[in-house]
Design a protein around this ligand. Structure first.
Ligand SMILES: [Fe+2]
Length: 259
């Protein structure tokens, strides 16, 4: 959903398969091996179950058609290969059809630990496990439906909601605070930081407050919104969420917690 990228997606063949070279597969291997260890005690149960269901290859970048067989069986979701960048309209349309857009490139080894744009490791490892969860699956589709045909200023605030939930959401569980956001769970540094850094601020999930909270995409988040259940984020979208967005536009934004 961003405007510029130095990466180019790899074009799948007529069966939907992409040819990755050894460097690219080694990058996947390095990322997934270290991230598995980190998420085991920090991701929510639903995500970990999703990881098990999807059983990603550790040695090579998964092929989307293979992954889609498992995803479709669980919740009807599919991963849709797209160019590195797509516009808001296509993004919302795809989600409304239970298609999760995924650029097929993987980061270069020099950007192993931090990449600003979403690559295939972020999309598959970060987001797809949660798409196996029935309530979350409904929630994501509803989110897509809401954005279709909306003016840019509404879509921009929908993107803000996405940021603080789907990308950087935390959930209260019986075992304590856990991560469900794909932006956190695909980042080795932020998975630990989000739960363990004493400077982090946690706020109870509140959709109107989220819509008033500015954010930066290139830093660890200073603030995370914490949900108690996936029903809570789904229910807020099932209501008149666009009306809530319009209400948020009449209120001042919160002071940023970053410089
Ligand atoms: Fe993402």
């Amino acid at each position: 959903m961003k405007m510029q990228s130095k990466y180019v997606s790899k074009k799948p063949d007529h069966n939907g398969f992409v040819c990755y070279d050894e460097v690219e597969n080694n990058t996947w291997h390095a990322l997934i091996e270290r991230q598995f260890k980190i998420v085991a005690s920090r991701a929510c149960e639903e995500y970990l179950q999703g990881l098990e269901i999807l059983s990603f290859s550790r040695d090579r970048i998964p092929q989307i058609p293979d992954l889609n067989l498992r995803l479709k069986k669980e919740t009807g979701w599919q991963v849709e290969p797209v160019p590195a960048l797509i516009g808001f309209d296509r993004f919302f349309k795809l989600l409304s059809e239970r298609k999760f857009p995924c650029a097929t490139f993987i980061r270069i080894p020099e950007e192993l630990t931090y990449i600003q744009e979403p690559d295939i490791f972020h999309e598959l490892f970060g987001h797809c496990p949660m798409l196996t969860h029935p309530v979350y699956a409904e929630f994501m589709q509803r989110y897509g439906q809401l954005g279709i045909g909306q003016p840019h200023d509404i879509q921009r605030l929908l993107a803000r909601f996405y940021w603080f939930t789907i990308e950087f959401g935390l959930i209260n569980t019986k075992k304590g605070l856990r991560c469900y956001g794909g932006g956190i769970l695909s980042s080795i540094g932020e998975t630990v930081y989000a739960l363990e850094d004493p400077m982090v601020r946690y706020e109870k999930f509140d959709a109107l407050n989220i819509l008033r909270t500015p954010y930066r995409i290139d830093i660890y988040q200073p603030l995370y919104y914490v949900i108690n259940s996936y029903e809570s984020i789904y229910n807020v979208l099932k209501g008149d969420f666009i009306k809530l967005i319009v209400k948020s536009q009449s209120l001042p934004e919160f002071e940023p917690l970053y410089k």
